[in-house]
Design a protein around this ligand. Structure first.
Ligand code: ADE
Length: 425
């Protein structure tokens, strides 16, 4: 760990990368008008003064703007990476050197370093934890019970993290409030759908430079991320197959115009496979065996467990890096399977994650969720809490305003009509 003269703690790749990082952070800011307004308000009102906060996020240009908002708010904060392959080293450097924010994150860090950073973050004795995937909260409740009294609450960014928090609550270990940022309308409708849709294809294209038009793309999972990915893949001219385990989502995918079938039938047909289920081993040995020669597999779900890479490694006679983020596994049969981004989030490993315009709303929710936790300190029950509707709607209003889009409002007689039940047929 290094401490600079200004007491900013850091473990980043190279502080000399800061100028490039700063330029990229400023560029992203152009597309983040909602968070900018929150940064400005926070600088005046200091709603997080005296609060120790840790954020475990993908260290990107967009996260930089969240970190700046938290700093403006007066929080004593520290940022760590939420995934070993998602850190943008120039951004990490700039946050330390230009913005005076403590960061522990290096692209390509090994699992041991990743977990050491989680411990270092918890050593900061946080009152609030911003989590993306719930690794920090899971570590806190298992290993640091003596720190629970300090905790005001946590905010969770992603579907996988929300599933883990629900399991923690069920098991009686989530003893503090957790703000469900993922389920805010202004988060998942845009970030999970359009963000994942665009950035996943961006990652595939940057890693492979292949044409998507005419390819058979298999999307595993038809949650919000799967919906966005299938939609955008079709938009690029691909022939899209969806696999699902949920019958309602399977009907939805069918009526949205996609072919739906089990992975066992999709495996021999696909050119490209994208997993976005949140579950493990969605693509496994029996599927690799029947894939076409040269099939490409990648994952855009939170953890690198959706593709059974251990089995693929055991089936391979040779593994060769053929491009950046692209590894070719040669199988006994003579066929090959190509894996992108080591099975980690392909949109962050091979591209830059979701575009700033959607992260604007996601991180506006994060910032306002932290403010809400502090304002309601001591009054919130343990367990998951929705982002209040007025916060969600306010973020949508600010976004529309920034986009220059006006909408209608109800006339007085319409208000009366929607509030009455007497006028029917
Ligand atoms: N998750 C997905 N895309 C992201 C981004 N650009 N920044 C931070 N977290 C993300």
């Amino acid at each position: 760990m290094t401490t600079t003269t200004t007491q900013v703690k850091h473990e980043v790749k190279d502080l000399a990368l800061a100028p490039q990082g700063r330029q990229r952070i400023e560029w992203a800011g152009r597309e983040m008008p909602v968070l900018r307004q929150i940064q400005e308000r926070f600088a005046q009102e200091k709603p997080l003064a005296g609060i120790r906060l840790i954020a475990c996020c993908h260290v990107t240009t967009e996260t930089a703007h969240l970190a700046i908002a938290l700093k403006n708010a007066g929080a004593d904060s520290l940022l760590i990476a939420s995934n070993p392959l998602s850190t943008q080293d120039d951004v990490a450097a700039s946050l330390v050197a230009d913005y005076g924010i403590s960061v522990f994150a290096q692209r390509g860090e090994d699992n041991e370093t990743y977990h050491r950073h989680v411990q270092l973050a918890l050593d900061h004795k946080p009152n609030i934890i911003i989590d993306d995937g719930s690794d920090v909260v899971a570590t806190l409740v298992q290993e640091r019970q003596h720190q629970l009294a300090d905790i005001i609450g946590t905010t969770e960014e992603t579907t996988t993290g929300i599933i883990r928090l629900k399991a923690m609550f069920r098991d009686g270990v989530l003893t503090f409030p957790a703000m469900n940022v993922n389920d805010a309308d202004t988060k998942h409708f845009f970030d999970n759908r359009y963000g994942t849709g665009q950035s996943t294809l961006d990652g595939i294209i940057r890693a492979t430079n292949i044409l998507l038009a005419g390819k058979v793309i298999v999307v595993a999972g038809y949650g919000w991320c799967g919906k966005g990915t299938a939609l955008r893949a079709r938009g690029m001219g691909a022939n899209v197959i969806v696999t699902e385990i949920d019958p309602v989502r399977a009907i939805e995918a069918t009526m949205d115009g996609f072919r739906v079938m089990p992975m066992s039938l999709a495996a021999p047909q696909g050119d490209i496979f994208i997993t976005v289920t949140g579950n493990k081993h969605v693509i496994r040995a029996e599927h690799f065996e029947v894939m076409k020669d040269g099939a490409i597999v990648c994952n855009s779900g939170h953890f690198d467990i959706e593709i059974d890479l251990k089995s693929l490694g055991e089936m391979a006679t040779e593994v060769k890096q053929v491009r950046n983020f692209t590894e070719q596994y040669r199988l006994n049969s003579g066929k090959s399977v190509v894996v992108l981004g080591e099975g980690r989030l392909v949109n962050l490993a091979a591209a830059e994650g979701h575009p700033s315009a959607v992260m604007d709303m996601s991180f506006a929710n994060q910032a306002m969720a932290c403010e809400y936790l502090v304002k309601n300190r001591g009054n919130l029950e343990p367990g998951l809490h929705s982002i209040p509707e007025e916060v969600d709607k306010e973020i949508a209003r600010l976004k529309l305003q920034a986009m220059g889009i006006a909408i209608d409002s109800l006339t007085p007689s319409q208000v009366e009509y929607v509030n009455s039940w007497t006028s029917g047929t």
